[in-house]
Structures are given as C-alpha cells and as structure tokens.
Design a protein around this ligand. Structure first.
Ligand code: ITT
Ligand code: MG
Length: 171
C-alpha cells in the first residue's frame, strides 16, 4: 500500500505508519498547503484542511491513497471550554472519507491566547518551555500527563478515516 500524507510533520507521518503497520505501507510525506488558516477554528475548517491535504497529497504522487490530518480548535454545544480537535481525511481519488481523533479541553490561559490570534503550537511551547512540542508529544501528551500523545491521538483519526476503505460495510 502506497500512501501520500499531506504534511512533513514527523508526528503525522509516524501516526500514519504506526496505525497502518499491518498493511506494510510505503509512506511519502508531501508538503502541501492545507488551504485553511494555520490555526483552524471550527470542525468545518479543520475537516476542510484535512480534505485539502489528502486530495493535494494524492494529486502530487502516484500513491494509492492520499491522507490528510489537521489539528484545530472548536467549541461544542453542551461542552464547556475551548477544545483541541483533530480530523483525518483519506481519498483514493474517487471517494473521500473522514474521521476524527480525540477531543480535549484546553486550559483557559491557552484558550485566551488563541482567542487573541495565536497558534496552539507556539503557545504550548511558551507555556511549557519546550521547542517543537507539536512535532513530538504534542498538547495531547502534555495535557494528559503522557496518558496519550499526539502520534497516538492522530492515529485514531487515521484509523477512523481509513476504516471505510478497509472494510466491506460501507460499500
Ligand atoms: O506541518 P503541519 O502538517 O501543518 O503540522 P502542524 O503541527 O502545524 O499541525 P496542524 O497544522 O494540523 O495544526 C494546527 C495548529 O495546531 C497546533 N497543534 C495541533 N495539535 C497540536 C498538539 O497536539 N500540540 C501542539 N500543537 C498542536 C499546530 O502546531 C498548529 O499550530
Ligand atoms: Mg500547520
């Protein structure tokens, strides 16, 4: 299985490799434009970013599938606070499927800085004194005391968006 991933962030590449390990994939990282803001602010914008990444990565290669992963923030009816969300999209050039990873509430101080226009990656680095957290454990790792991490969290989005291509239930 040959996969084109629309990002050069090693965490996203690893999430795809590890989740689809049993298919022994060849994974190509493609530097594409997500077509949405650096910090998406809704489910819709986050999903659109994932879709654009998937389609553009496939278009740039000879892969079997294009995979897009996008992080964003959003508020949800009935759930207090601003949350970090992550969505995946997978396309074979014909259909496109979407699925999400986990959702976690961001600390109020982080939410305030995002509301003022900052991006989550740099805000988390500033808060924790780290450099490139978004390319390692991620906010998902830091905010759960390591119970999960960004690779595993994104892996869920990969699994949920790939499922429809790997089972017969959606045909
Ligand atoms: O190179 P790309 O693929 O763009 O990788 P990225 O880390 O920027 O990932 P996204 O664009 O999908 O994420 C949008 C923003 O949210 C940040 N972000 C998302 N998840 C994060 C996490 O777990 N930890 C820290 N920052 C995160 C990220 O750094 C960006 O500022
Ligand atoms: Mg980005």
């Amino acid at each position: 299985m040959k996969l084109a991933v629309g990002s050069t962030n090693p965490v996203k590449i690893d999430a795809v490799k590890r989740t689809l390990e049993r298919y022994e994939p060849t994974v190509i990282a493609v530097d594409v434009d997500s077509g949405v803001s650096e910090q998406p602010w809704s489910i819709e914008e986050t999903v659109t970013g994932a879709e654009n990444r998937a389609r553009r990565a496939l278009a740039a290669t000879e892969a079997d599938y294009g995979v897009g992963l996008e992080g964003g923030v959003a508020r949800h009816e009935g759930v207090p606070g601003l949350t970090l969300i992550m969505w995946g999209a997978v396309t074979d050039g014909d259909r496109i499927e979407r699925g999400s990873g986990p959702t976690l509430r961001l600390p109020d101080g982080v939410a305030e800085r995002l509301e003022a226009g900052a991006e989550l990656g740099p805000v988390m680095d500033d808060l924790l004194g780290t450099d490139g957290l978004a390319e390692s454990a991620g906010a998902a790792g830091a905010l759960t005391a390591g119970l999960t991490d960004r690779t595993r969290a994104l892996g869920k989005a990969v699994a949920c968006s790939f499922g429809p291509f790997l089972t017969e239930y959606y045909d």
